[in-house]
Design a protein around this ligand. Structure first.
Ligand code: CAA
Length: 240
């Protein structure tokens, strides 16, 4: 039986590549998105993957959304917490809203989603959770106190939940992408991005499918001994 996978932020960017990679590998995939209906419709038309709309920063929305996915596809066995936003600003100009939106969407969402699926995974003695962190959660980044805190939180969250899940066949791992060629990175001012790319030993931005490849490794049935780890995929920009 094909395993059911949820990918948050799954219709665009890195999430899109993960959704497609999982589908191509035989998983039944639900791609979650928050707001961009047009992109989601286009994504479903191109890929044949069902898109579900809910706000992962809201606990009740996650509970109701997962129930819809489970009614349509079956119990969720694979969860990829990928949804993320940036609200870049230096601290002395950052508003509480910029701080809070990033923490809620990038970090609280991991609690909301994991808390919702964990009971079923424990009952079935199987689960694969992959949280998408960031190089900027490992190394920090000028203008990203909010994002770096949320992503760094994801790395701690991963290691704690990995310890809890281990005896129940649930693995929990993180991937820390570097700068990947997506809308999010293209929004960085060109002069800033140029300097960042100059510091990547591989000499280019990463591709979203290069992150999906890592996810596929971590969610495999044969990856049961890999848990609590962080896979850095960053072109050598930060070796950690
Ligand atoms: N280190 C040191 N100084 C820096 C700096 C850096 N990395 N970046 C900017 N500065 C300095 C500038 O040189 C400038 O100094 P002067 O005024 O003395 O010239 C000062 O900070 C202000 O710079 P800006 O004109 O850019 O100021 P701003 O307020 O308009 O913007 C910023 C500041 C929001 C931080 C902007 O520079 C920015 O967006 N930077 C990119 C941040 C970034 O890398 N975000 C990653 C997004 S992608 C992502 O997050 C995905 C992932 O996981 C990797």
């Amino acid at each position: 039986m094909a395993r059911v996978a949820i990918v948050t932020g799954g219709t665009r960017g890195i999430g899109e590549a993960i959704s497609v990679g999982l589908k191509d590998a035989g998983y039944k995939v639900a791609a979650v998105y928050a707001g961009n209906d047009e992109r989601a419709r286009d994504f479903t038309e191109r890929t044949g993957i069902a898109a579900y709309k809910w706000d992962v920063s809201q606990f009740d929305g996650c509970r109701d959304g997962v129930a819809r996915v489970e009614a349509d596809l079956g119990p969720v066995e694979v969860l990829v917490n990928n949804a993320g936003i940036t609200r870049d600003s230096v601290m002395h100009r950052m508003t509480f809203e910029q701080w809070n939106e990033v923490i809620q969407t990038n970090l609280t969402s991991c609690f909301n989603m994991c808390r919702t699926v964990i009971d079923g995974m424990r009952e079935r003695n199987f689960g694969r959770i992959v949280n998408i962190g960031s190089i900027n959660g490992q190394a920090g980044q000028y203008g990203q106190v909010n994002y770096a805190a949320a992503k760094s939180g994801i790395h701690g969250f991963t290691k704690a939940l990995a310890q809890e899940g281990a005896a129940k066949g649930i693995t929990v791992n993180a991937i820390a992408p570097g700068y990947i060629d997506t809308d999010m990175v293209r929004a960085v001012p060109a002069n800033v991005l140029e300097k960042i790319v100059a510091r990547i030993p591989v000499g280019r931005l990463g591709r979203a499918d290069e992150i999906a490849r890592g996810v596929l490794f971590l969610v495999g049935d044969d990856a049961g001994f890999v848990t609590g780890s962080t896979l850095s995929i960053n072109g050598g920009q930060h070796m950690y």
